[in-house]
Design a protein around this ligand. Sequence first.
Ligand code: TYM
Length: 321
Amino acid sequence: MTRLSGITPSGHVHLGNHLGALRRWATGGGPEDLYFISDLHAMTLPYRPERLRALTRENLAVLLASGITADSVFVQSDLAGELGALNWVLECTCGFGEAARMIQFKEKGAGQDSARLGLLTYPVLMAADILLQGATEVPVGVDQNQHVELARTLARRFNGGRGEVFVVPRAVVPKTAASVRDLSDPARKMAKSAQQQAGVVFVLDEPDVVRRKFRRAVTDDRASVRYDPDEQPAVANLLEILAACTGGSPYAATSAASTYAQLKDTVAEAVVELLRPVREGARELLDDPAELDRVREKGAARAAERARPRLDAAMRVAGLR
Ligand code: TYM
């Protein structure tokens, strides 16, 4: 089994990323697993190069501090050559309509003439990330499910009876916290790109900032701590976060508090404790740029070496070389 997944450094890592993805990447894996910072994907919306460089470094430090081993991380653009080649092969395997139907493209770019072409082909590059490394499992939050589905479709289509050039991967989504909601608006998922960041808890936020964000979280006027995602989405989100931190179910988490104020305090403390080692570890790593550079270099060499045979096979099957 090879697990592979990535995170886009378009902003600071938040609690949704941590609970829905990073925390799971750090457990139960094997020596073949790969996790990366998808900096190429951060170019699909307007961005500043210096900020991208800094966020790539910061995201890498957070990954390592989350417990993901240095032997399984790399930065996507360090494989830009291999990925670029496979990306083209896969773009020529994917229909325009197929790409245009992806929810993220529809949300962020459809209908806008100025939307970058990369925003449309973003899921194809994701497929290249996954298929290049022969990943069997892709642990992601629910928002990436559709993209992994496209990777499956493209792998099957390309293989097309020619043997297993590409492994057909499957998405693995967690039972709780697969889609953590914004604390100030449960209709939105917690996202790096949120305009208002009051409802987004960042992994590197100081404890007092985390507490303040939870204290200001919206609830509802029912004054009843129940797990009912349809009727009480904001409270359900708090219970899901608590359950994800403490390991129980969101239903069981209702017994932790009888008022909303208590619930918010309890969730805030659980989150502060969960994130403490990550925040402290990441800060230490960020003070040691040479170590981060070493990890990055080794990761790039390992990932490129692993990618080469599969890229060669795909090029041959495609009638190239
Ligand atoms: P990204 O950076 O948006 O998110 C990284 C991971 O965090 C999960 N996630 C969430 N989980 C729960 N609640 C939330 N509110 C929440 N927000 C984000 C995401 O599902 C994801 O697992 N395109 C990808 C990165 C990528 C990738 C890949 C992933 C590039 N290539 C290949 C898998 C395989 C992205 O931008 O994730």
